[in-house]
Structure formats: C-alpha cells, structure tokens
Write a protein that binds this ligand. Sequence first.
Ligand code: ZN
Length: 321
Amino acid sequence: METVACNLCGSDRYHVVYKMPDRKFFREDFFTVVECERCGLGFVNPRPTLSEIQKYYPAKYYHGPPTKSHERYLNRRFSAEASFLKVLENGEGSKRLLDVGCANGDFPRFMAARGWEVEGVENAESSQRIKDFRVYTEEFDRIPVHEPRYDAVTAWAVLEHVHDPTAYFQKASDVVKKGGLFVFLVQNFQSVASRCLFCEDVPRHLYFFTRETVKRYLEKTGFALEKEVNGRKIYKLAPYNWLGFMVRTWLFGKKYEFRDAPLTSKEFRSVHNLRPGLVTALKYAAYSPTMVVDRMLWPLIETVQILRKTYGISTFVGRKL
Ligand SMILES: [Zn+2]
C-alpha cells in the first residue's frame, strides 16, 4: 500500500469521508476514501500500488454475459455515448477517434460504422485481442503518439480507475487536435450514492470527481469544460438503500457506516449460496424489508437527482484550446 498526496493540487491535507471494503471480491479488505481539503478531489488513501492493484482485477471482473438483452443494452449505451461526438460529424472527411479503455472494442467498432477512423487503448491483460483496428496495449499516458492526431478522445468509466489521472488528462491534451474533444464519464462524488451509500467499486475506483475538480483538471491541461451531462443513459449508479440512509441520518441523527448498509440482493445470494428466483426474493425481502420499498422508490429518487444534477454519474466534454 502507498500513501499519496492529492493528484490534482498536490496538497497532503485531506480528511476521511468513509471506509468500506472491496464489496465484490475481497470483502475483508477495507479501504479509506479521503477528500482533499484544498480542492475537493476524492481518492482512496492509502491505496494498493500499481502492482498490488492487479489482485483486485481477477479474470471474472472482465467477463460480461454475451446475451441478447446485453446486446440491446450495449446498443443503447453506444448510441448515448456517440451523441457526444455528433458535433464533430459535420464537415469534410472522416474523423479520428481514440477510445481509451476500449475493452473488446465494441464502442470504436460502433463509431467506425458511423464513418469514424478508430483506434483504441486497452491494457487489461484479460481482454481479447482486437484485429480489426489498432489498439495500444500500454497505459494511455505511455502510448507512442506524441502529436495532436485525434478529433476526439473518449474514456468511458476509465479515469476513476487509474493511479495518475493528471497524466491521462495531459496525454489527452497532447494527442487531441485544437478544437477537438475529450469526452469522459466518471461518477459524481457529490451524489449521495457515491459519497454516502457505499456504492463505489473500491478499490478498483481510486478517484472520485466533481464538476469543480473536473473543471480544474481540464483547465490545467489545456481544455475548457464545455458540457456536463448528469444522468443514467450510459452507466447507472443506483441510490442503494437511500431510504435506510435517510431514516438513520435524518430521522435519528446517527452516522451511517458501512456496517449499516444491507447486502445487495446479489451479495445476499452469493453469501448464502442461493439461486435467483421467487424463494430467494422472498428470503431477501425478509432479510431487508426496507430495501424492497427503497427499490420501488429508485425511479422517483433518480429522476429528482437528475433534475438537481446530483445523480451518481456524469459525462463531461472538454474542448482543446
Ligand atoms: Zn487537492
């Protein structure tokens, strides 16, 4: 483990926001999320080093089920992602896109079908080899491209995973043409899901951003923040146990800690070795009745959050100056 200073402003003054374990794979490993007192950046500190973090990305982390409904979901997601690049699609010639964290390449392929020249970056060892377009396998900041070559760089749910976000913003600035776009999606550290409800995928998520910290990252690397879209069209961050949290903190004035958060239904099945089904659903309802009500309230709560721009996910567009 290593202790680090703030990646955005260099300050080593920060306070603890919450502690939680790796909910997915190593439930006994606890981590502390802190917030920089100078700039407000959130980060895991201390954190696993670059080599230690490998343990937290087991092969099963990458395996998505290739089902029909998954395909439909991906198509909706890619359309929502592509909408951010539409402003570049007018005008002469084809445009060049670099997708950072391109996994098995489906998003660049989707954009290639819309007439883009595409390349990708993917350094996860477990991802499949891509043969139909160029993919760099280094960390993004180490790829052998040093001049402004792309009309757009995209990074969907990537920046929260890296050890040095500044290096990624700087590299994006180096390789995006003047007037081009850096489009990226991150969680919103001001949302109740990210900040209070233990919904973050710690320690795979190492950094937690807000509009203010994103703006500062962009400005220090030669971009202007052009747009923020807060919402659930690309990825979701459900306000899990929002109701339990409100009852405990508002009604009873108590602190809400990780041990107060009920298991998710998926965690419940895995802990008790149950198969999905009606009996399991009933057992879960008996285990956590408030979760059943909570779940019914999600659409309402999420809609209010999106209207107030406090939903757990934001996509940002930076324009290269
Ligand atoms: Zn800072």
